[in-house]
Design a protein around this ligand. Structure first.
Ligand code: ADP
Ligand code: MG
Length: 262
């Protein structure tokens, strides 16, 4: 459904994505992991057409995306940083967004789930960070779309809201949706993710099942596996684009990372 081919993006001299190849074709939950600044949000925003890549291609349903096109109606997106008009009340914002879209919204159930009833008449500027994040989640999840992209959905959430969010994510998977999620909560990834994509310095260092990652670095938990990856021992990107300007050579059909060359 979503394919990224050799996607590259720089901001000035900073190469944030360096020839990323990825496909999201199966229903399920993919956790996009990586340290701060590794390009996770940039990658997700590229799929939304909010970041225009310097090179490479993004296909949605087999067609190159058109940032002005209608493909985005099939995607629910939770931005990492949501800025709301401060003076607007929560209920007004939700109603305003609902007035833009003809589809049926399930905002009432989400408001109930996330316990937002008491703040519906509060101004957005007066809300705590966690409550604002709950509003952000209601706005994202209130439409039924085949793809859901959540950039740090757990930020600031209390334990009850976290449980509600998990239930929603699981329901979406059961409904056959494609979910892409970033989070720093490794226990959540361990519990929910069908697939882990690990980004570092603009490249993919791992793409597979969480269990395979733990096995590969012989660590019992994902948290330890990621820490192990970052400490350097097992690091080598699974792809090295020529554009990265590094020497690679093929050995029995496998791309060999320079650090392993004799
Ligand atoms: P992550 O989500 O993994 O923390 P981001 O994709 O947000 O990382 O950012 C990757 C890098 O790109 C960071 O160094 C960030 O400062 C930089 N960056 C992101 N967006 C912009 C932008 N619009 N202009 C300049 N630099 C940016
Ligand atoms: Mg981010």
């Amino acid at each position: 459904m979503i394919q990224l081919h050799q996607l590259s993006k720089s901001f000035g001299r900073l190469e944030v994505l360096r020839g990323i190849d990825l496909a999201f074709d199966q229903p399920g939950i993919t956790a996009v992991l990586g340290p701060n600044g590794s390009g996770k949000s940039t990658l997700l925003k590229s799929i939304l057409g909010m970041v225009i890549p310097d090179a490479g291609q993004i296909l949605f349903h087999g067609k190159p995306i058109d940032p002005l096109g209608s493909y985005r109606k099939d995607i629910s997106y939770l931005p990492q940083i949501a800025r709301f008009p401060e003076n607007l009340r929560v209920a007004e914002l939700i109603r305003m967004i609902e007035s833009f879209r003809p589809q049926e919204s399930s905002s009432a159930a989400l408001i109930r789930d996330f316990g937002l009833g008491p703040v519906l008449q509060s101004q957005l500027g007066h809300l705590s960070g966690g409550t604002r994040q709950k509003v952000n989640l209601v706005l994202t999840l209130m439409y039924d779309t085949p793809v859901i992209i959540l950039d740090e959905p757990t930020a600031g959430l209390d334990p009850v809201a976290l449980v509600r969010l998990k239930d929603r994510i699981i329901q979406a998977r059961e409904a056959g949706k494609i979910l892409l999620v970033t989070t720093h909560i490794m226990s959540l990834v361990e519990e929910l993710a069908d697939r882990v994509v690990f980004l570092l310095e603009g490249r993919i260092y791992f793409d597979g099942k969480p269990g395979e990652l733990k096995q590969r670095v012989a660590e019992p938990t994902l948290e330890k596996a990621i820490a192990n990856l970052l400490s350097g021992g097992h690091l080598s990107p699974i792809q090295l684009p020529e554009s990265a300007g590094r020497v690679t050579r093929k050995m029995n059909g496998h791309v060999v990372h320079p650090q392993y060359n004799p």
